[in-house]
Design a protein around this ligand. Sequence first.
Ligand code: NAD
Ligand code: TYD
Length: 365
Amino acid sequence: LIIMINFINMAFKRNILITGGAGFIGSHVVRLFINKYPEYRIINLDKLTYAGNLANLHDVESASNYTFVKADICDFDKLIDIFSEYKIDGIIHLAAESHVDRSIKDPLTFARTNVMGTLCLLQAARQMWEECPEKYDGKRFYHISTDEVYGALRSDGTYFTESTKYDPHSPYSASKASSDHFVRAYHDTYGMPTIVTNCSNNYGPYQFPEKLIPLFINNIRQGKPLPVYGKGENVRDWLYVEDHARAIDLIFHKGKIADTYNIGGFNEWKNIDLIKVIIKTVDRLLGNAEGISEHLITYVTDRAGHDLRYAIDSTKLKKELGWKPSLQFEEGIERTVRWYLDNQEWMDAITTGEYEEYYKMMYKG
Ligand code: NAD
Ligand code: TYD
């Protein structure tokens, strides 16, 4: 058996562990890597929390260079087993609790997965890689983070750059900030070849419908209220998820060790303006008069500690590695709305059954 495992491990040029591959962004990264790199074996490690959904990968799950492992990144012993079984040489770490509203209700789960889970993964990688004769040569630990670690901007045209001071406000962003620090500490202390990227808000297919865009598309379709926090004046910088996945691919292969890259869309929208675009698009694609669903807009109590504005300056990534977003926002939104309307079974499987209780908890109509 050991001979067979060694043979399979050697048959692939690289063995890449992607954590959180059953989630929104992770599933796009897994798909891109499986299709673009048949010479790599992609090991998707995911705990399958409420946000993990293997249906996000239905089109690639039988690929010969793909393996799924159900595991918790906090389970150190299991990580060690996975590292030795698959001879992992690259890690793209996306597994996380990712929703700010949940972090306000249940911060401990965020500290457990985002902080302790990332630390377990770092420590497992360190232990396994330091035992190899070649040590850290050819290895890479790439940590996916968020622009939310930088805090909030005023509406004054300033941007987050790679040197903006960390100033997280929510339990979610505080847990991500902490994990970023641990990743950098593993480089500085042990020489682990790490990279961190901080990306702005993503949108596109397969996003869990607790996040603004899929939640609102689905509620408009069902004629349910659209809960706008506060006055709807908060600003987010939106990037199509496949553009983020392309950036991750580029940075994983060409990014400088120990460096940080900001990834963003140069695409700022005030929530209420974005919501009106979504309403118009859904109305039109459903054959209704554009804007007829605006009456669903319902202003609700603001999110506690709600950051006013996020905006990323991704000039460094453009200059150094030549990346820029490929999609215009209008096209991205059109594609996204169309995808959710064409994939109602995917949505309905989530919003009924076990997720109903969660929906009730979050007061989403
Ligand atoms: P998501 O919530 O859709 O998916 C997270 C995945 O991680 C799920 O599949 C879940 O099952 C898995 N997971 C959670 N806890 C785990 C654990 N303890 N062990 C193993 N797996 C676990 O999240 P997403 O929106 O795809 O975000 C992915 C990453 O990108 C996160 O690290 C997030 O902080 C970061 N990010 C997200 C955005 C965004 O707009 N969504 C923007 C910037 C950065
Ligand atoms: P969200 O998709 O949760 O992403 P993030 O909080 O990480 O930016 O929210 C995007 C914006 O939309 C944010 O300003 C909060 C707001 N929002 C609402 O107004 N209503 C909602 O029901 C949700 C989920 C978000």
